[in-house]
Design a protein. Structure first.
Length: 401
């Protein structure tokens, strides 16, 4: 026999539990949302049910009553409506379920003690950081989850309030009981809290996400370096051939080179063969912007070598916005066809499908073929899969030594 199709006490508790999971019951103490008295959804027995399932209706009513507030001393209240039936006469049936107070809701789902912890925590936090009220309303369960971390988190907030945008490395912050790893492991949470308590002028709105944490809150970051190898022994700097320098230092380092090769793959940069009056720069990725505005670089022949895929051509296009004279190499149809046995697939989330305005005709044709899957599904030839003798042959035949 199937169970009655009307709302059960367990289903009523589930409705309250969903409000707990959303954080609304905890937040109600802070935001005066007037959540209570709380009306719950009720699938009711109707007049026709008295005809068809009278005994089942009576059992359902008894079940609801046995879990109600007047029986349990807590929980929901039943509001009744009289149903006048032609054969059954006048009957009182549940018409609406109401949870009168927050405490009643908490007792229905066994969360009274947990809520008391939140109330105590929020009172303590707001006494020192009143600006956290909105965050506590939005994220009450997160506040509870971080219970053991709050002594250190409060120390972090105090430090940044006293010293906004400190301009030092994270490692240099002198906060009792808080080490670098504590903040690094909780940067997302710390960002939310700092955004709540700091004035707008102490936050850089152009820096977002985990990677932008330091810049957003005025901490020093590891400097971006330009790594390059000098390919001509006659140009070594004090006997050094493999160097990593700050972009501004690189801009001053005019080595008198004729050719500058740029490649993404580190091993390609390390293995790049010797070549007269040349250097190879590698590992910059989208950091190619660091090469913009360097006078001696603009005077040299600049060559870019990336993957033969949509992403590689997008980087080449961006590079040319900074260095219009840059030429691509080993990113052509002949190189692709010659290395057919090394073809792979470009990750779907890395593909670029927009318009590229700085490619020449042959580059554009190949990019569009890759973008449109004309040569294969998400076709890709990674630069490290190109045979080394193919690179050597290109340098011998196409780059004047």
């Amino acid at each position: 026999m199937s169970s009655p199709p009307w709302t059960t006490p367990d289903e009523l508790s589930d409705q309250v539990r969903k409000l707990w999971v959303s954080g609304r019951i905890l937040a109600d103490q802070l935001d005066q949302d007037n959540l209570f008295p709380l009306k719950l959804r009720l699938r009711r027995a109707r007049s026709r049910d008295l005809d068809e399932r009278f005994d089942a209706v009576r059992q359902w009513v008894r079940l609801l009553m046995s879990h109600a507030r007047n029986q349990q001393g807590q929980g929901y209240e039943i509001q009744w409506r009289q149903i006048n039936h032609r054969t059954r006469g006048a009957n009182q049936l549940p018409w609406q379920i109401v949870v009168p107070t927050r405490e009643d809701a908490l007792k229905m789902i066994g969360k009274s003690r947990t809520a008391a912890r939140f109330d105590s925590l929020s009172t303590e936090l707001l006494a020192e950081f009143p600006a956290l009220r909105d965050w506590l309303i939005r994220r009450p369960l997160e506040a509870l989850k971080r219970g053991d971390d709050w002594p250190q988190l409060k120390g972090v907030l105090r430090h940044f309030i006293r010293t906004p945008r400190p301009g030092v490395y994270l490692r240099q912050l002198d906060i009792p009981g808080v080490d670098t790893k504590f903040i690094q492991a909780r940067r997302s949470l710390v960002s939310e809290l700092l955004e709540s308590v700091l004035p707008k002028e102490a936050i850089d709105p152009t820096a977002g996400g985990i990677r932008g944490f330091n810049r957003r809150f005025g901490l020093a970051s590891r400097p971006s370096l330009v790594r390059f190898r000098i390919l001509d022994p006659d140009l070594y700097v004090s006997g050094l051939s493999d160097l990593s320098v700050l972009p501004e230092e690189f801009a001053r380092l005019d080595l008198g080179v004729d050719d500058v090769f740029v490649t993404e793959n580190e091993i390609n940069g390390l293995a790049f063969p010797p070549h007269p009056r040349s250097i190879v720069i590698f590992g910059l990725g989208y950091g190619l912007d660091r090469l913009a505005g360097i006078n001696w670089l603009a005077r040299a022949r600049t060559w870019y070598w990336g993957d033969i895929d949509t992403h590689g051509f997008a980087i080449l296009n961006r590079f040319r916005h900074r260095l219009p004279q840059a030429r691509s190499f080993l990113m052509d149809r002949t190189t692709l066809d010659t290395h057919r046995d090394m073809w792979g697939q470009e990750p779907a989330d890395c593909r670029f499908i927009g318009q590229l305005d700085r490619l020449n005709d042959s580059e554009t044709a190949l990019y569009q073929a890759l973008r449109d899957n004309a040569l294969g599904e998400r076709l890709r030839l990674e630069q490290e899969h190109i045979r080394f003798n193919w690179l050597e042959e290109f340098l011998r035949c196409h780059v004047k030594g």
